[in-house]
Ligand binder design. Structure first.
Ligand code: ATP
Ligand code: MG
Length: 262
């Protein structure tokens, strides 16, 4: 059964984590999105693909609350949402890990994981950081991802690219994200680190977290994603399961599906 079939079946509607219908967005004279659809089922890894300028980042900005759509609808768990800002998306359980990861390189792992949501207690009315508790919780989050990192006090700039991704994911988990959007998570990584990040993504799925993966790397997409949405010139031209696709056939779809209509 394809993703769109599943979305169309009323009995399965509850398994839908996120749905975008007919999203449009223009920047001045540029129509970045001209009717983008996206249906992501809960607990799956869903890739968003498309050539340069297809509208992937714009679509992600809409579902992460960075920008508002001009038209169309976004719903989370079947309920329509209008995100005023990224905090609103976060409150709805959607966290985005941008390509730069947004980590503070000189700060410790636990400080990064709890950045903006520090654990504190009051001593004589004064808030004091609960350092030990944050370190312990950070170790739990990383263990949950099967990470081998043990010292939560080392600065993030001592970690490998794959380990940094793990820290960024832990921060999203700390915010209780149910859906994590990852923008090109392997773009800057070597073979071994890429494998580590794909393992992290699989681990998230095992834990019931929904992952939306934006990627230009077809091998990664077919290796880890359950389904894929292909954008072309601001429109969704295909949404299907990755089953039966290899990297070459996916590239072919990205280049040619809907090309005659564009
Ligand atoms: N802030 C903006 N102002 C003007 N045009 C924009 C803006 N953001 C995106 N665009 C344009 O909208 C279109 C879609 O851009 P978008 O960044 O969403 O594509 P993309 O699929 O993420 O591409 P890439 O693979 O290169 O990251 C492009 O033509 C782009 O130039
Ligand atoms: Mg982009």
């Amino acid at each position: 059964m394809s993703l769109t079939d599943a979305a169309a079946a009323p009995g399965l509607a509850t398994s839908e984590a996120l749905r975008v219908r007919g999203a449009t967005k223009t920047y001045g004279a540029v129509e970045a999105l001209r009717g983008a659809d996206l249906t992501v089922r809960r607990g799956t890894v869903h890739a968003v693909c498309g050539d340069n300028g297809a509208g992937k980042s714009t679509l992600i900005k809409l579902i992460s609350g960075v920008e508002a759509p001009d038209g169309g609808e976004i719903s989370v768990d079947g309920r329509p949402v209008h995100f005023a800002d990224p905090h609103a998306a976060l409150a709805a359980g959607i966290a985005t890990i941008h390509q730069d990861l947004g980590l503070a390189p000189r700060m410790a792992i636990y400080q990064n994981i709890f950045m903006g949501s520090e654990l504190t207690r009051r001593i004589l009315g004064v808030p004091v950081l609960r350092r030990r508790a944050m370190i312990a919780r950070s170790a739990e989050f990383l263990a949950q991802l099967n990470s081998a990192i043990t010292d939560m006090t080392v600065p993030v700039d001592t970690l490998s690219g794959g380990q940094r991704q793990a820290v960024a994911i832990c921060r999203a988990l700390r915010w209780k994200a149910e859906t994590i959007i990852m923008d090109e998570p392997t773009a800057a990584l070597g073979v071994r680190e890429t494998a580590q990040v794909l393992a992290l993504i699989r681990r998230l799925r095992e834990q019931g977290v929904t992952v939306i993966l934006i990627s230009h790397n077809m091998a990664d997409v077919v290796a880890v994603a359950d389904s894929v949405t292909i954008l072309r010139a601001g429109r969704t031209v295909l949404e299907r399961a990755t089953e039966g696709l290899d990297a070459d056939s996916l590239s072919h779809l990205i280049l040619f599906v809907g090309a005659e209509a564009a």
